[in-house]
Design a protein around this ligand. Structure first.
Ligand code: ADP
Ligand code: MG
Length: 194
């Protein structure tokens, strides 16, 4: 995936999050404050509007800054800062090996900044296992990523707003885990995976 293809994938997330707004809103209504759908839509609308041509590194950095300034909530700084950090390892031509490095940085950044571990029912549960999916399956198929988000359904949240729901957070997929599926899928598609 070169810089132009990367930009196409990131711009494409505008339509994805427009389509998935209701789904994410619904999940965040169950175990949060119901704003995750609108937050993600606003973030990737801003990316499509503001991020301009440049190197892959420039594009990822601009995307991170734009997400930080537009998503808001707990997820804004986590996604925003992650894209900034991924820009530091991205190559001009992002192949699956480089994508693996980027996913590892994505997961380390969210883990450090969110002070979160696997099993706490957050976006981290999808992000941390995505590099493994790529390694084991040679791709980032939607159904494999979706399985990771679905695994959060039975977890009890211990981070973020969902933690206030304690046991009652069981039975709902984490909204951030669901949005992470779409972001990682888009990056994988750009690198030639389906
Ligand atoms: P807010 O919770 O402030 O309303 P959003 O609704 O946009 O923000 O995002 C909620 C998502 O953010 C959660 O579903 C979860 O995946 C993620 N999240 C919240 N806190 C953390 C954290 N400490 N570490 C990792 N992810 C988190
Ligand atoms: Mg919310």
């Amino acid at each position: 995936m070169n810089a132009e293809q990367l930009l196409t994938q990131l711009n494409g997330l505008k339509a994805v999050f427009e389509e998935k707004e209701d789904e994410l809103t619904q999940l965040d209504r169950e175990i949060g404050d119901g704003d995750h759908g609108v937050n993600m839509k606003r973030g990737f609308n801003a990316v499509a509007e503001k991020v301009s041509d440049g190197s892959a590194q420039d594009i990822l950095k601009q995307t991170g800054m734009t997400l930080m300034n537009s998503i808001g909530g707990a997820s804004g700084p986590l996604y925003g800062f992650s894209f900034v950090k991924m820009s530091e390892v991205a190559k001009d031509e992002i192949d699956n090996d480089n994508l693996m490095e980027m996913l590892e940085v994505f997961s380390k950044t969210v883990g450090d900044k969110g002070q979160v571990e696997a099993g706490e029912k957050t976006m981290y549960d999808v992000i941390v296992k995505s590099a493994n999916v790529l390694r084991e399956t040679g791709g980032l198929r939607l159904k494999d990523l979706q399985r990771l988000a679905d695994e959060t359904e039975d977890m009890i949240a211990t981070k973020g707003r969902a933690a206030y729901f304690k046991e009652d957070s069981k039975g709902t997929v984490d909204p951030g885990a669901q949005s992470a599926v779409y972001i990682i899928h888009a990056l994988g598609e750009g690198a030639g995976n389906d």
